[in-house]
Write a protein that binds this ligand. Sequence first.
Ligand code: GDP
Ligand code: K
Ligand code: MG
Length: 293
Amino acid sequence: MEFRTGYIAIVGRPNVGKSTLLNHLIGQKISITSRKAQTTRHRIVGIRTDADAQYVFVDTPGFQMQHQNVLNRVMNRTVTQSLSDVDVALFVIESMRFDARDEKVLALLPRNQPVVLVINKTDKVSDKSTLLPFIEKVSASFPFAAIIPVSAKRDSQLTELVQEIRRHMQEGEPIYGEDEITDRSERFLAAEIVREKVFRLLGDEIPYSISVEIEKFETEGGMRRVYAAIIVDRDSQKPILIGKKGEKLKEIGTQSRKDMEELFGLKVYLELWVKVKSGWADDERAVKSLGYE
Ligand code: GDP
Ligand code: K
Ligand code: MG
């Protein structure tokens, strides 16, 4: 069998399980191999190398349309850009849920490239006979190349998904070494982990514009020390993040530290605080300085 290589975008509204899917597709490796600096076309790359193919996955940042500020425009541009030069796009939705938010994302997908519909979280469907009419309804909305129901969390049907993806890729040499699972630095991933916990724990209470700056990132005696600032727009957002008696920030820190320890395969000491940079989401330069291209 010839070796194939390809880029795959993972898109979908927030919380359908894109990142979970990416993590399970690239495997449960504990430590990542950081890559030398190079210009990347995409936002977050996860690499899976099998005997017959190398899959370069692009996990797009979620995007929202409610607040039109510079940050959101930049992020939406990243999403559309990452779609333009991939071999196949995975459009992820949740089982039994297809609403206006999903349709907004679907409207951005290219019609001249294969799009595979991934129906995630099938483990949550108790009556599987309801799945078929649901699939029929969604498949009427777009000319999908294939439809694959999966459970990312339980690793169910992921082999089938990978086989389907391979069908849309071309013959080619591997781009990355076979041990590499990402092209992002551990420092960058640490910031992403904190950002994720903020959104998980605070959800709608906090605007999309928060960001995380890693101020110190060092390893000493087998321990990784991470000093991170959560950047908010307004003074009024500070107490929301900190919580009563600091309990929110503490929980964000605890969960982030656990994820980092698993990812880095090291003990982690994490120090977190909140910083106000007023109006930064509307300032193009500040947005760039925080790492959004
Ligand atoms: P993203 O915003 O699309 O990247 O979604 P995440 O990967 O962050 O997942 C959002 C939530 O859905 C998390 O709580 C995941 O644990 C959960 N989730 C993801 N995949 C599955 C799945 O296959 N089954 C179930 N039950 N939950 C899942
Ligand atoms: K999420
Ligand atoms: Mg995600």
